[in-house]
Ligand binder design. Structure first.
Ligand SMILES: Nc1ncnc2c1ncn2[C@@H]1O[C@H](COP(=O)(O)OP(=O)(O)OP(=O)(O)O)[C@@H](O)[C@H]1O
Ligand SMILES: [Mg+2]
Length: 454
């Protein structure tokens, strides 16, 4: 039950208020002075307090300040008979949620209480989600015992508390984004945004306005002013993915922001400052691009103040068994399955694959194998790495012995995967290794059923 504390010395006001609140279904306690109120704050731990300013012992505002000092998240609504601006300002400054003038209007009171409780619930949810996110990017969740990965962990530890620019290099799927997030979520500005920008996914003009924002009328479609990611990131992290793909024009603009920390919106004239930390990533060899004259050398040196190189999986095969165990745990949790056994010969096989797509490819292979598994064992035949061999199982398999056109097989197989993933389109597109839009189109074209029930 929601607990409300009323701190009010006027017994008539207090009684009326308490009985009104009880009728609304709250658990209510009353205090007649500041001392008693403070004691009840500790013992009763209210979700919300209504606090009178004029109390016989301590001033209500001082009670508020003391409460806030002990518990930043305490929610307090101030009430007073004097409608004066000074007290309002002071109360709000001290962290009061709202300020109500006596005699209280029940409707206004109820609305204010509802708003305060909603806000409180929202705040609790946000801080829970932030904590979960921070847990997700703990260094423990990056798997690897190889000397090369130990080096990577050491670097994360060294740079997390600094603001230097970082360049993360590694083949596709090696965990560049994971490492960038670990740096962000282990640093002092972990509560500020972590913003990803994929520099290769959008056109030059769009990318520029993504990064810096634009003013109204800057180009044909610029109907309203926007804020760029450099501004939105605050003191957080800007993760510039695929940095090797940015155009020469943007390279010089980026260099300018990095050197001076200031920038202008597209079409704008005002100079803005950014405090964001920049982490760039690439799966290309930037040094080679510099040698070929495709990437500015000065920008390259500015970005790689600290360099982290994540080696491909095939160069650290000793990490594979740990990764398999960790990823299987994650996949089974996600898919509510229980396929955790990996026979030694299957592990051997996994350890010796080329893994051109690195950890991401390993993860996708395991997702497929878990979905297709019959019992609780990962079977080699369901790992999609060998020259593919049809899954032969008459009752479950989408394949049959009848001779049918190719599209029929595709249709049945997509249906089969959708069922196996319990209608999760994102999982299904991962397993099928096709994009979401492609999957959506095929679902529409083949008129497939999607059953999301468990
Ligand atoms: N060492 C690791 N431990 C656990 N999971 C990992 C590890 N490395 C990568 N992964 C997982 O593999 C997947 C790919 O990682 P990530 O997206 O960080 O790679 P990337 O290098 O940014 O890839 P790309 O170049 O394709 O963007 C993610 O699901 C990530 O959680
Ligand atoms: Mg990435």
């Amino acid at each position: 039950m929601t607990k409300v504390l009323v701190i009010e010395d006027d017994s008539l006001v207090s009684r009326t208020l308490i009985s009104h609140l009880k009728k609304r279904g709250f658990e209510v306690r009353g205090a007649e002075n500041g001392e008693e109120g403070l004691a009840l704050f500790r013992d009763f731990q209210p979700d919300l307090a209504l606090l009178d300013v004029k109390l016989p012992d301590i001033n209500g505002l001082d009670v508020l300040k003391q409460v806030k000092a002990e518990n930043k998240t305490a929610t307090v609504i101030i009430m007073t008979a004097f409608d004066d601006m000074r007290t309002t300002v002071e109360a709000v400054k001290a962290g009061a949620f709202e300020y109500l003038v006596k005699p209280l209007d029940n409707l206004e009171l109820d609305l204010t209480i509802d708003k305060a409780l909603q806000m409180k619930a929202l705040e609790a949810k946000v801080s829970y989600l932030l904590e979960e996110k921070q847990k997700e990017y703990q260094i423990d969740n990056i798997i690897g015992r190889s000397p090369q990965m130990r080096e990577v962990f050491k670097m994360i530890g060294l740079v997390a508390n600094t603001r230097t620019n970082i360049l993360i290099q590694g083949e596709s799927g090696t965990g560049k984004e994971l490492v960038a997030k670990a740096i962000h979520y282990n640093g002092p500005f972990r509560d500020e945004p972590f913003i990803v920008i994929n520099c290769s996914a959008i056109s030059d003009t769009l990318l520029e306005s993504e990064l810096f924002g634009h003013v109204r009328g800057a180009f044909t479609d610029a109907v309203a002013e926007t804020r760029g990611k450099f501004e939105i990131a605050g003191k957080g992290t800007l993760f510039l993915d695929e940095i090797g793909d940015i155009s020469p024009g943007l390279q010089s603009k980026l260099l300018r922001v990095i050197e001076s920390r200031d920038f202008m919106k597209v079409g704008g004239e005002k100079v803005l400052k950014t405090e964001a930390r920049i982490i760039a990533a690439t799966n290309q060899n930037l040094q080679e691009l510099v040698a070929q004259g495709k990437f500015r050398e000065d920008l390259y040196y500015r970005l790689k103040v600290v360099e982290i190189n994540i080696p491909p999986l095939r160069e650290r095969r000793e990490d594979i068994p740990d990764l398999v165990a960790y990823l299987l745990e994650k996949i089974n949790r996600d898919l509510k399955k229980n396929v955790r056994k990996v026979p030694p010969e299957v592990m051997d096989y996994l350890v010796n694959q080329p893994w051109k797509g690195n950890v991401r490819e390993l993860e996708n292979a395991l997702i497929r194998a878990v979905i297709l598994a019959k019992g609780d064992v990962i079977l080699k035949e369901y790992l999609p790495l060998e020259p593919s061999r049809p899954v032969r199982d008459e009752d479950q398999s989408p394949l049959t012995r009848e001779l049918v056109p190719l599209w029929e097989i595709e249709k049945r197989y997509i249906q089969y995967v959708l069922e196996a993933t319990r209608g999760s389109k994102s999982r299904a597109s991962q397993v099928l290794d096709i994009s979401r839009p492609t999957l959506d189109k095929k679902i529409k074209d083949y008129d497939l059923r999607i059953d999301t029930s468990d």
